[in-house]
Design a protein around this ligand. Structure first.
Ligand SMILES: [Fe+2]
Length: 229
């Protein structure tokens, strides 16, 4: 019997031909075919753009936000958020820039404290609460959060203004968010009031899993009105 050559299973032993990448090569990607071959800067910037595009494509489809059902008294929490005591301008830890149109309050008590403690129990992790007020018209520009891996955000205004990730835009009310993925928020339609629970020691996927496990174990709906405070 004739032996069957299994070409398909043989590894490609041919060394990689770097010339394939040169702009002279007709087989190169059209974006790499530059008329002025001496313009290396242009070639490099096009390669960089393609690489960025590839990164965005890779991230597309990766989850970065999950809306959750957590039944709380929004009016009561908003009332606490609007108490002016304790607010100060946000100072960017990266560059020391002070944002007077983005206020933060780190000391919370009463109802906000109850919710904070509730999530510390649900997720079995350290939870750091904050209130934010973002003036209408102000953009919190592209950033990854510092000092926190993920967060649970409660939008206390109307949630018409979305959070933007590089690959997608979301409107939400209460959600677990992967704040390690670049995001920005513009308060376009109104002053934006937010209650945020930072999770410094827990990543997005773990927080999601923990939340759903809690719901299962306690027989409550993760997307409905199961948990009451
Ligand atoms: Fe952020």
């Amino acid at each position: 019997m004739a032996s069957i050559k299994r070409h398909w299973s043989q590894p490609d032993s041919k060394p990689f031909d770097k010339n394939l990448l040169t702009p002279n090569n007709p087989r190169a990607h059209p974006d790499l075919r530059v008329k002025d071959r001496s313009n290396l800067q242009e070639i490099r910037s096009r390669v960089r753009a393609l690489r960025d595009e590839l990164e965005i494509m890779k991230k597309r489809g990766k989850m970065c936000i999950e809306e959750i059902g957590y039944d709380f008294d929004k009016e009561r929490l908003l009332d606490e958020a609007l108490l002016p005591d304790g607010y100060g301008p946000f100072v960017d830890p990266k560059n020391g820039k002070v944002s007077k149109d983005w206020l933060i309050k780190r000391e919370v008590d009463n109802y906000a404290k109850t919710i904070t403690e509730d999530f510390a129990t649900i997720l079995e992790t350290k939870v750091k609460p904050r209130f934010y007020i973002q003036t209408m018209g102000f953009t919190v520009p592209w950033h990854q959060d510092r000092g926190t891996q993920s967060a649970i955000n409660f939008v206390l205004t109307t949630s018409r203004d979305p959070i933007e990730f590089r690959h997608r835009v979301y409107r939400y009310r209460t959600a677990i968010i992967d704040v390690q993925q670049e995001h920005q928020v513009t308060a376009t339609t109104e002053d934006r009031v937010l209650f945020k629970l930072s999770l410094p020691d827990m990543d997005f996927d773990t927080a999601r899993r923990k939340f759903y496990k809690y719901c299962l174990d306690n027989d409550v709906s993760p997307s409905g009105k199961g948990i009451h405070v």
